[in-house]
Design a protein around this ligand. Structure first.
Ligand code: RFL
Ligand code: PHB
Length: 400
């Protein structure tokens, strides 16, 4: 029996490029609001669901997942965290979120799981979400009907939209479709990367541990009560294959070392990868009828755990703006979208830069700079104001 080909829509209200967390959450929020949308993703469903990335969700992200009906498993399996631990000079200091932020906290729930939950719901509802559908061009931003060109099943297709949203990440095509001079990019590179590993071992601490050490930064995070996620600062260009499991554990041991009773449990390492770090902001996040959201518009180094949460915040603002436009015809929300998001983006850029440069040791870093870092960490331990500044930024505020 031959299966009839799935009819591909030729026309929609909102065309979404990319099925990462930004594109999927936007599609979900629009679907719940009764606004037509089509998501086009270049990769396979399996690839998108397995890509290891972020692990911390802010309250505002959790609230959005709940209001879009995508939090059933998150509410069952997500781990609520009320603080993080900082380590430096063999000392440890816990930053308590609820007491410093009026009761706010964060959740440990992997990006892979958020993505699986959102994909399952969209496909379950029969909402148009195409994998293996790379977008090659976005044209006509200055017309009433912008077009998205993509390939699928070996053929070229065109999708006509009222608006197009580029949720296609840092290497996507949408941002590059802007006319010359329409966008300005602000950028900073860092002289180090992270070696990230997944290990089948119970996390050695109940909460995340961010460690400054003369050997470089280390982070202990987790994916579940039986799976640890660990990161080590490594030089740019590091080949993950050059790090044996034993070398990784030895280095983590040395960087997390504290006075007193604490040890790092070891287990089989199941994945290793190296990620470079960058700070990038593109302004504005819109030209004509094309808008950018998530990593397509901005990148942060992962030390503040902001990337995924910024992507979610963008699309929460955008979904509200589309709802206002669909209900009343007013474009006020869409017109304010870029300015509204960029305020939060720049706050997160500053916090991510602050966490990164306070905790990492740059190649050839002077003793003077190290003393400044240690003084800042001492300050967080000594002053409730300094600790509250860190905690407020870490847990994030309400959106919009
Ligand atoms: P994504 O997740 O990159 O999704 C973009 C999607 O667009 C698709 N795409 C296209 N689709 C159609 N046509 C095209 N021409 C396309 N070009 C691209 C891509 O295949 C992809 O599916 O962006 P989004 O949705 O904005 O979400 C942002 C988050 O993914 C990101 O901010 C965080 O994951 C950043 N990040 C991390 N953040 C943290 O807070 N903690 C982490 O540990 C952490 N680890 C990471 C990360 C980002 C990484 N990248 C981007 C290299 C680790 C990595 C490796
Ligand atoms: C993670 O669990 O992957 C994670 C957590 C906190 C960060 C970065 C990554 O700051």
């Amino acid at each position: 029996m031959t299966v009839p080909p799935v009819p591909l829509p030729a026309r929609t209200t909102v065309g979404v490029v990319g099925a990462g967390p930004a594109g999927l959450l936007l599609a979900r929020l629009l679907h719940r609001a009764g606004i037509d949308c089509v998501v086009l993703e270049s990769r396979t469903r399996d690839y998108v669901e397995q890509r290891q990335r972020a692990g911390i969700l802010e309250q505002a992200t959790v609230d959005a997942l709940r209001s879009s009906g995508a939090a059933e498993r998150l509410d069952r399996e997500g781990l609520a965290h009320d603080g993080v631990e900082l380590r430096w000079g063999r000392r440890r200091h816990r930053v308590d979120f609820p007491s410093l932020t009026g009761g706010r906290r964060v959740w440990v729930y992997a990006q892979t799981e958020v993505v699986k939950d959102l994909i399952g719901l969209q496909l379950g509802d029969g909402a148009p979400l195409l994998f293996d559908a790379p977008v090659s061009a976005v044209v006509g931003a200055d017309t009433a009907r912008p077009l998205v060109r993509y390939t699928h099943g070996g053929a070229e297709h065109t999708l006509a939209c009222d608006y197009v949203v580029g949720c296609d990440g840092f290497h996507g095509v949408t941002r590059n479709a802007a006319p010359e001079g329409a966008l300005t990019t602000f950028e900073r590179a860092y002289p180090y990367s992270w070696l990230g590993v997944l290990a089948d071992v119970a996390p050695s601490n109940d909460e995340l541990v961010y460690a400054h050490s003369p050997r470089g930064f280390a982070l202990l995070s987790m994916r579940s009560p039986t799976v640890s996620r660990l990161y080590l600062q490594v030089p740019n260009g590091t080949d993950p294959g050059a790090w044996t499991d034993e070398r990784i554990w030895d280095e983590l041991d040395a960087r997390f070392a504290v006075d007193g009773d604490w040890s790092l449990a070891r287990g089989p390492i199941t994945q290793k990868s190296v990620l470079p770090m960058r700070s990038v902001v593109t302004e504005p996040m819109r030209w004509g009828r094309v808008l950018l959201a998530g990593d397509a518009a901005h990148i942060v180094p992962p030390t503040g755990a902001k990337g995924l949460n910024l992507a979610a915040a963008d699309v929460i603002v955008l979904a509200r703006a589309f709802e206002q436009w669909a209900r009343t015809g007013s474009t006020a929300g869409l017109d304010a979208y870029s300015d509204t998001c960029l305020r939060r983006v720049w706050r997160a850029e500053h916090f991510s830069w602050f966490m990164t440069t306070t905790l990492h040791t740059a190649p050839g870093q002077s003793d003077f700079d190290t003393r400044l870092q240690l003084s800042q960490l001492d300050r967080v331990a000594a002053s409730a104001h300094a600790a509250a500044e860190l905690a407020e930024n870490y847990v994030g505020g309400p959106v919009g």
